[in-house]
Design a binder for this molecule. Structure first.
Ligand code: F6R
Length: 328
């Protein structure tokens, strides 16, 4: 897992090449929907955040069994599943056929790629040698950003992606040290990861990586929404008996009132007796800052796994649940 996280800069470059190799022709669409789950969905959220207000048409992630009822044949639908065997994604892929919308698939194989080949649907192939689906996050993010550009929903961001890859490669050692320090502060605590705007998707990634790699509970908190409800809950934090820690993922280029909200939320959390870890993103562009914070979180989750002596690759609970559910 650590090797895969450290290879994120290479994954970004390879992903650009893989999308090009799929030779998907540009086609203006009403919008783009990405269907996927877990590690194959979060890259879509990251792409949406990275594009921000450069999006000129809707781009959204669907996690579940159903496509929105309003999807028509002028939409582009991207089905993302690393294994190609995820039930929810397969169901949406089948449902989309009747709508007549353009379908594109990304994954390593499985039933999804097989069905795509049969239906002559374009496939963006991913490398099958990664340690887990969630290790392909940079691939998914690039695929989604590039497909959005092909559908006329956003401009191409290749140059930003390339520059971000170079920036991350340069920062790798520094980030590992930083991750070790953050993990040490989070050890034995229940993290509540806060994000705002650009960093909400990143906070969701942190949560998932702490869950899957370190086998620990973790929760997501979105600012400003959390300031309208969750903020009251910190008053009773000590009454729960949980050792809580709030991680504040703050973007260097955030709205001034988001900055102030983070400061005020941090003060409330500290007053409850919980630990506060504040992190400000580094990098020049939205893409670089988002990927920097994502890679840092991945490293923190691996360090937490190491500290607990658990294997970051094993996802026994997830596998057991899929097995218990059986096939549709
Ligand atoms: C496992 C992981 C999961 C999977 C999810 C969907 O490493 O990260 O979150 O990504 O269960 O499976 P795929 O990605 O194969 O469609």
């Amino acid at each position: 897992m650590l090797e895969d996280v450290l290879a994120i800069p290479d994954h970004l470059r390879d992903a650009i090449w893989r999308v090009e190799s799929a030779r998907i022709s540009p086609a203006e669409s009403a919008g783009v929907i990405v269907c996927g789950m877990g590690g194959s969905a979060i890259g879509a959220d990251l792409a949406i955040a990275a594009l921000g207000d450069r999006l000129v048409r809707p781009l959204l992630t669907v996690r579940g069994y159903e496509l929105p009822s309003w999807v028509r044949d002028d939409w582009t639908l991207l089905f993302s599943s690393y294994s190609g065997d995820t039930e929810e994604t397969l169901v949406c892929f089948a449902a989309a056929e009747g709508i007549g919308a353009r379908r594109i698939v990304t994954g390593t194989g499985g039933e999804l790629v097989e069905a795509a080949r049969e239906a002559e649907v374009s496939v963006i192939g991913l490398p099958g040698l990664l340690s887990a689906p969630r290790a392909a996050v940079a691939y998914t993010m690039v695929c989604v950003a590039q497909v959005a550009a092909l559908a006329g929903a956003a401009p191409r961001i290749d140059a930003e992606l390339e520059a971000a890859a170079a920036f991350l490669a340069e920062r790798t050692e520094d980030m590992q040290v930083r991750a070790g320090e953050i993990a040490a502060r989070l050890e034995g605590k229940l993290p509540v990861i806060h994000g705002a705007d650009l960093t909400i998707a990143v906070a969701r990634r942190w949560k998932g990586q702490v869950n899957e790699n370190a086998k620990l509970p973790a929760f997501l908190s979105e600012i400003p929404e959390a300031n309208h409800n969750e903020i009251c809950g910190w008053e009773g934090a000590s009454a729960t008996g949980a050792r809580l820690a709030a991680v504040m993922l703050e973007d260097a280029d955030q709205h001034p009132h988001e900055r102030r909200r983070f400061e005020l939320t941090a003060a409330t959390v500290e007053a409850s007796g919980a630990e506060v870890v504040r992190i400000e993103t580094e990098g020049e562009t939205r893409v670089a800052r988002l990927l920097w914070a994502t890679m840092l979180g991945d490293l923190v989750s691996v360090k937490l796994a190491e500290a607990r002596g658990v294997d970051p690759l094993a996802v026994d609970a997830l596998d057991a649940l899929k097995a218990a559910l059986g096939r549709l």
